[in-house]
Write a protein that binds this ligand. Structure first.
Ligand SMILES: Nc1ncnc2c1ncn2[C@@H]1O[C@H](COP(=O)(O)OP(=O)(O)OP(=O)(O)O)[C@@H](O)[C@H]1O
Ligand SMILES: [Mg+2]
Length: 332
């Protein structure tokens, strides 16, 4: 990252995470991204953001036009995690119970038994979620929010770890149901999967019929839980709280913004920054962690005024403006 900021002197004693552990975490997180890149030809930043969201116990929404490797990225990522993985292809006729499960009669002993739906996995890929109607989307979003599902009055926990990776196509067309703004908020990060660079696309074309290297499982569910706990301990300087506050407040005061980033959005940015710091082998957050994550965490939680929307002014631009105008002030 660009800005070298010296670590706060008291940091290691504040967290108690030993430097060797931090060095191992840096290695392992780098390995996860490289494993994903065996099948997803694109920037390491994307798998890195997904890993950050996982350690911050969040969910990720991936948006991109058809054929830019959204599904490929999600599948590769989940394989590298060594977790149970299920994919749900959303379709207009998908029912909530197709996600959560149903009780069926077991003829052998005349008892109702739960047939678990695909939501019962550590990593759940909700593919093309805007192709299913609101009621079915809600089943997924409720499970995400509560990390549990209730089926016929019986509540079952999900995970840990439990992460939903949802993909959607930003081009609205007939027969799609875009997620309401309030629900997009349930995702810790929204990741835009863009067209590859010409070099990456060329590499993809050249290698498409070669046998793909197997994505190895680098982590285990227990590792992920442990890393999440360590991320909670990551140190945050007082000035960084102020920095996050100033960023969210900037979006609220912006004249083109109808609904700015909420306090929940600020909290999400804080948690994601701590997780990101850990993946980079640090036990303290840098302003650069916040800067890198702000567009991923804040943009999808900001609603623009109708005029701004008509003129094509996007929430991304407001977040970038906030990052340019709001300066991080060190006390010392
Ligand atoms: N950056 C890339 N790296 C590796 N493979 C790619 C890349 N871009 C496209 N592909 C290839 O293109 C095909 C489409 O990828 P994939 O199904 O993951 O796209 P998608 O974004 O999920 O599309 P859709 O929106 O239609 O579901 C796959 O065969 C994939 O291997
Ligand atoms: Mg897909």
């Amino acid at each position: 990252m660009s800005q070298p900021v010296a670590p706060p002197s008291s940091t290691s004693s504040v967290t108690g995470i030993d430097p060797q552990t931090l060095a191992q975490i840096l290695d392992v997180c780098g390995m996860v991204a490289r494993e994903v890149q065996k099948v997803f030809i694109g920037p390491a930043e994307l798998p890195e953001i997904l890993l950050t969201a996982l350690l911050a116990r969040g969910h990720a929404l991936l948006e991109g036009v058809p054929g830019v490797a959204k599904t490929t990225l999600c599948k590769g990522f989940s394989r590298a995690l060594g977790c149970s993985f299920k994919r749900i292809q959303f379709t207009p006729d998908l029912l909530p119970s197709d996600i959560t499960g149903t009780y069926i009669l077991d003829m052998r002993d005349n008892k109702f038994v739960l047939r678990e739906g695909p939501i019962f996995a550590h990593i759940v890929l909700g593919d093309e979620i805007n192709r299913a109607p609101a009621k079915t989307q809600s089943a997924l979003l409720e499970a995400m929010q509560e990390s549990q599902v209730t089926i016929e009055g019986e509540t079952r926990p999900l995970g840990p770890p439990f992460m939903v990776l949802a993909t959607q196509n930003p081009v609205e067309h007939e027969g799609t149901y875009p997620l309401p703004e309030a629900q997009v908020d349930r995702f810790l990060v929204k990741v835009a999967v863009r067209y590859p660079t010409p070099e990456d696309e060329r590499r993809m074309l050249l290698t498409y019929n070669r046998p793909r290297a197997e994505v190895r499982a680098i982590l285990s569910p227990e590792d992920i839980i442990r890393l999440g706990q360590l991320a909670d301990q990551v140190h945050v300087e007082d000035e960084l709280f102020d920095y996050i506050l100033s960023l969210t407040q900037y979006t609220r005061k912006h004249r083109r913004v109808y609904l700015g980033a909420s306090p929940r959005a600020g909290l999400a940015l804080l948690q994601a920054s701590k997780a990101r710091a850990l993946t980079k082998g640090r036990d303290y957050v840098l302003p650069d962690d916040v800067k890198l994550l702000a567009p991923y965490v804040l943009s999808h939680r900001i609603m623009m005024t109708p005029e701004a929307e008509l003129e094509g002014v996007l929430a991304d631009a407001v977040v970038n403006e906030a990052l340019e105008r709001v300066s991080y002030k060190r006390a010392r």
